[in-house]
Design a protein around this ligand. Structure first.
Ligand code: SF4
Length: 237
């Protein structure tokens, strides 16, 4: 299918089901990369890509600070679906420089130090993972946080020179859970222990009843819009 404009892409994606959305991108023939953090949304996307045998590269950012449960889930997911999730890791010299300047857990000390850690452990490996990609597929959902409430199906990432595709933008958490159950998708056991959103171990806590889904991420920071910089257009924070 030829997409003659960005408006076509957004409108067309809105009319399709999940497999259709992913297939539309895969069949453009241009390189598409899906970055998974192994959360439930990303597990649904991995399953959908695998079940339809779509030529979409699946990668993860192994920051070196992930939960053991997440590392185990990478292997379980590869076995369940017979695929490879490519790991991108930070440069050791950059990690060493960060630790020398801030300390290994220096991210608790200031927002700047936290952004610097995310830059080394996430943003630089992400840039490597997306090198040459035309499409970047993500598991962003409007219901995840107020900050994500207007997530479109597609958006230009001018800083990275690619189009970001959010095939689950309009899915509810109930839709996600139902798909996972129907397709026997392996999930992170931390979800059942109060972690709806899972990132690096030292920067994620369980949430309390009634808290927003992402309240457990960088909980010590006082900024309702906190993100790691992966999904902040044009910024590397
Ligand atoms: S989430 Fe925490 S540990 Fe992970 S890269 Fe960011 S600051 Fe570092």
């Amino acid at each position: 299918m030829t997409l003659s404009s960005k408006i076509d892409l957004e409108e067309t994606l809105g009319t399709l089901d999940l497999e259709g959305r992913l297939r539309l991108i895969a069949e453009t023939g241009r390189p598409a990369v899906f970055t998974t953090s192994l959360g439930i949304e990303d597990q649904v996307l991995t399953a959908a890509i695998a079940l339809a045998s779509l030529p979409i590269q699946i990668v993860t950012l192994d920051t070196g600070r992930l939960f053991d449960e997440t590392l185990q889930l990478i292997e379980n997911t590869e076995s369940r679906f017979g695929l490879t999730i490519e790991r991108f890791v930070p440069r050791q010299d950059a990690v060493d420089a960060y630790v020398a300047e801030h300390g290994r857990n220096g991210f608790y000390e200031s927002v700047e130090a936290r952004h610097a850690c995310c830059h080394v452990r996430k943003l630089e490996p992400l840039a490597e993972a997306l090198k040459g990609a035309s499409y970047w597929i993500t598991g962003l959902r409007r219901g995840q946080s107020g900050n994500r409430a207007t997530t479109p199906y597609s958006e230009e990432d001018k800083a990275r020179h690619l189009t970001k595709i959010n095939p689950l933008a309009d899915w509810s958490i109930e839709d996600i859970r139902a798909f996972a159950e129907e397709h026997d998708v392996p999930l992170n056991p931390l979800h059942d222990r109060g972690y709806p959103s899972i990132g690096c171990a030292p920067c994620t806590r369980a949430i309390r009843p009634g808290e927003p889904e992402r309240a457990g991420r960088w909980w010590w920071e006082n900024d309702a819009k906190r993100e790691c910089g992966l999904h902040v257009a044009g910024e590397a924070r």
